[in-house]
Design a protein around this ligand. Structure first.
Ligand SMILES: [Zn+2]
Length: 299
C-alpha cells in the first residue's frame, strides 16, 4: 500500500508485531501444500490410488445398466479385480451385467498389429457390498466439529446475497452420504446440509469458491475444480482465524491425486481466495467489482 511521505507506518509496539498480510498468506499456502503432500506421500494413499485404478470407469450405458440392476451400488469391479484387492465375492451373490467391448488383434494393410472392435459381450461385475475380506484402503475425510465460524458464516451469506446466489439450508445429509453441500450455477443456488457451524461455514466458502471460479459441471475437470474450491475455502477460513485443515487437507489430497494438480491450481486458488476475502471485508462494494474473472479456463 503506498504511503504519503512522512506518514510511514510506525513499527508496532514490542510483542504486538503482526506479520504482513502477504507473508501470512504465504504461510497458509505453504502449510496447505505441505500437508496435502504429506498425505499423498503416505503408504495408505498409494494403496488408495491403486485401489481406485481397479475400479473401472464405466460408460454411461453401463452406468445406467448398473443403476437399473443395483441402485445402491457404489463401487463395482470384476471378480478378479476384487481378488486382487484381497476381497471375495460372497456366496450366492449374483453379478451385475455389463457390456464389455470384444477386441481382436489383426494385422492392418501396413502389416502392423492392431486391435479391432468385433462386438460387445456381456460380463459380470460386483458391488463392494457383495464382497467381503480385507478392508479397502481409505483416506478419511472427517466432518468438521466446532461452533466457530458464526461471524464468517454471516459474512459469507451476505457475500452470496450480493452475488445473487441463493443459499438454502437443508437437513443433514442422508446416512452414507458425505456430501455436505452443492452449487448449481444455472439457478445460482447453494445447498448446505446441516452440520456443525464450522463445517457449514467451510462448506459455504467451498461452494462460493465454485461460484467465483465460474465452475460448470464437468467430470473431466472435477479433480481440478474440487481442488480449487476446497483449497480456496481453506485459505479464506484461515484468513478469518478458522482452521479447516482436518477436512480440507485430505479432501484436496484425494481429489488432486497427484501433487502437480494442486501446484498447477495455486495461481487460481490465490485469485479466488483473495477475491472472496476482499468481498468479505469490503461488504459495501458493488457486486460487479467482485465478479470473478470471466474467463473460464481456470488453469
Ligand atoms: Zn465442490
Amino acid at each position: 500500500m503506498p504511503y504519503k511521505e512522512g506518514l510511514r507506518p510506525q513499527p508496532p509496539p514490542p510483542g504486538r508485531e503482526r506479520k504482513p498480510f502477504n507473508e501470512y498468506q504465504a504461510d497458509v499456502y505453504a502449510r496447505l501444500e505441505a500437508a496435502v503432500e504429506h498425505i499423498q506421500d503416505s503408504e495408505t494413499f498409494r494403496e488408495y490410488l491403486l485401489m481406485q485404478s481397479r475400479f473401472h470407469t464405466y460408460s454411461w450405458k453401463n452406468a445406467l445398466l448398473i443403476m437399473a440392476q443395483k441402485p445402491d451400488a457404489t463401487r463395482v469391479a470384476r471378480y478378479d479385480n476384487w481378488k486382487k484387492l484381497d476381497r471375495q465375492v460372497k456366496k450366492g451373490e449374483k453379478g451385475i451385467k455389463v457390456f464389455y467391448p470384444m477386441l481382436r488383434k489383426q494385422r492392418n494393410e501396413q502389416g502392423k498389429e492392431e486391435e479391432v472392435l468385433t462386438g460387445f459381450g456381456i460380463g459380470n461385475v460386483f458391488d463392494v457390498l457383495q464382497t467381503e475380506g480385507k478392508p479397502l484402503p481409505d483416506v478419511h475425510i472427517p466432518e468438521l466439529e466446532g461452533d466457530e465460524g458464526g461471524v464468517l458464516l454471516g459474512k459469507l451469506e451476505g457475500l452470496a446475497h450480493r452475488q445473487g446466489v441463493r443459499v438454502r439450508h437443508l437437513p443433514p445429509p442422508e446416512p452414507g452420504s458425505h456430501t455436505m453441500g452443492s452449487y448449481d450455477p444455472l439457478t445460482r443456488t447453494i445447498d448446505l446440509h446441516a452440520s456443525s457451524q464450522l463445517q457449514v461455514t467451510k462448506t459455504l466458502a467451498h461452494e462460493l469458491a465454485h461460484h467465483f471460479a465460474g465452475h460448470k459441471p464437468d467430470q473431466q475437470r472435477q479433480p481440478e475444480q474440487e481442488t480449487v474450491a476446497e483449497a480456496s475455502a481453506y485459505v479464506v477460513c484461515s484468513h478469518f482465524g478458522l482452521d479447516t485443515g482436518a477436512r480440507s487437507f485430505p479432501y484436496v489430497a484425494v481429489w488432486a491425486k497427484e501433487k502437480q494438480v494442486l501446484k498447477n491450481a495455486l495461481g487460481t486458488i490465490q485469485k479466488i481466495a483473495s477475491t472472496m476475502i476482499r468481498g468479505l471485508e469490503g461488504e459495501n462494494r458493488h457486486p460487479d467489482e467482485l465478479a470473478a474473472p470471466a474467463n473460464s479456463s481456470h488453469s
